[in-house]
Design a protein around this ligand. Sequence first.
Ligand code: PSU
Ligand code: MN
Length: 304
Amino acid sequence: MLEQYLDINPEVAAALAAGKPVVALESTIISHGMPYPQNVETALKVEQIIRDNGAVPATIAILKGRLKVGMTHEEIEYLGKAGLDVIKTSRRDIPFIVAKGVDGATTVASTMILAQMAGIKVFATGGIGGVHRGAQQTFDISADLQELANTDVTVVCAGAKSILDIGLTLEYLETQGVPVIGYQTSTLPAFYTRESEFGVDYQLDTPAQIAAAMKAKWDMDLKGGIVVANPIPEAHQLDRAMIDQVIADAVAEMDSKGIFGKASTPFLLAKVAETTKGVSLAANIELVFNNAKLAANIAVEYAK
Ligand code: PSU
Ligand code: MN
């Protein structure tokens, strides 16, 4: 049934069949999260970092209605060039993109779904979606959080961006039973900066400890994902006050323009990159590299 829709790249399929480590990667970060050509350069380098650390990368998207787990470099280039023309695809969108036979860039939520279909347990990205600022009024809560509640994949990210309400995002994850692990940190990283004022649920200091927690959780059929929050490397973090101001201005502009729904996150990401003249983009790229390495290390440990 599933095979009717799913194309697992041969290298990825061989690795999975042999129980070797594989790391899933999303594609909305390519199409909607970064501008061309940095998006494509980053996506390809991320795959290389995963290989250098002993795992096989599987970049995930929907192409002409086919669920792709593992893309070619040409496919990544195509998706990156198409950018915002590709439909941002979360859980609700998947059946329509497939039935129409069109292209879709997968968010954290839908990448988790496709990873689970293929049997991949570790996924690296930059930032997850969360509870947006003002969600008390707007109800804007990313479908990523609900997916983390239900789908058995570990997502390595750089914590929560302050385009989100970090405190409410943690409350939501707690209610949904999703553990938030700090990698070598006891405070939740805030994406561009290594720290926020919020604590994580557990600090773990090695990939082996994280792999052991994953195994325990899923051996006991405790459904759902795990968030691993990995602080941006010290040398690349931004000034907290500066970035918070940039984000506050971006949120105000979004509200005044009446932008909402699935357009919110891409608007805020683009605005922040534009205002900081690429300084935030450079930090974003570095933290994704850092997450790719940790995800590969976790996948290697989990495969032992
Ligand atoms: N945050 C980032 N970069 C991104 C995204 C979020 O720092 O590229 C993307 C991810 O694909 C994430 C999606 O799953 O935005 C969340 O969108 P929404 O808030 O509409 O659920
Ligand atoms: Mn949303």
